[in-house]
Design a protein around this ligand. Structure first.
Ligand code: PRP
Ligand code: URA
Length: 205
């Protein structure tokens, strides 16, 4: 299922990120801020457990998050979203999946995978700024499921209709959260209007 997170703060930060005049440093900062806002939205349904505490005045039963969380960025661009999530859920474990798109075929090529042992029981947040053809996210989700992951949310910034369709067909059980659903892909697989090459804009390559 597709969820477009249209909170005004998310939308205005995304507009600044799309702007070609925005430099790498600002782009990185906005990506972290925007990711944190999105994580706030997508963790709404996470379970809580009671925890007795003493306030300065009396005893009370507080409530704390009762969820094992595994965050999985798709290398490279997904790592730009890491800080934004960890800022809000610092107890999360982090796995990494390395994929790049073959520039000719646009097919994803796996070059790295290391996921924490908690993966099978955890709430997994898979992050990558761009969902273009969908190939990378589909492959990363397949790898997580291969390692036992079941409860997965996919979080991106900008999605193309083509990517949404192929991802939903491949993994109908995984909800997709995006800040924007853009118009289309160009002939090189870039999202229009998009924000360009996310990895290049994060890392200045
Ligand atoms: C980009 C982006 C996604 C992928 C999306 O990564 O970060 O992972 O493309 O495209 P898709 O939906 O068509 O698979 P890229 O392969 O450019 O690698 P990078 O993150 O190392 O720059
Ligand atoms: N990857 C990107 O970084 N940008 C796009 O528009 C498509 C894929």
């Amino acid at each position: 299922m597709l969820h477009v997170l249209d909170h005004p703060l998310i939308q205005s930060k995304l507009t600044l990120m799309r702007d070609v005049q925005t430099d790498n440093e600002t782009f990185r900062r906005l990506l972290e801020e925007l990711t944190a806002l999105m994580v706030y939205e997508i963790t709404r349904q996470y379970p809580l457990r009671d925890r007795p505490i003493e306030t300065p005045l009396e005893s009370m039963m507080g409530r704390v998050l009762d969820a094992s969380i595994v965050l999985v960025p798709i290398l490279r661009a997904g790592t730009g979203m890491l800080g934004g999530v960890l800022h809000l859920v610092p107890m999360a474990k982090v796995g990494h999946i390395g994929l790049f798109r073959d520039p000719e075929t646009l097919d994803p090529v796996e070059y790295y995978c290391k996921l924490p042992p908690e993966t099978p029981e955890a709430h997994i947040i898979l992050v990558d700024p761009m969902l273009a053809t969908g190939g990378s996210a589909i492959e990363a989700t397949r790898i997580i499921k291969r390692e036992g992951g079941k409860d997965i949310q996919f979080l991106c910034l900008v999605a193309a209709p083509e990517g949404i369709e192929t991802y939903a067909a491949a993994h109908p059980d995984v909800p997709i959260y995006t800040a924007a659903l853009d118009r289309q892909l160009n002939e090189k697989g870039y999202i229009l209007p998009g924000l360009g090459d996310a990895g290049d804009r994060i890392f200045g390559t």
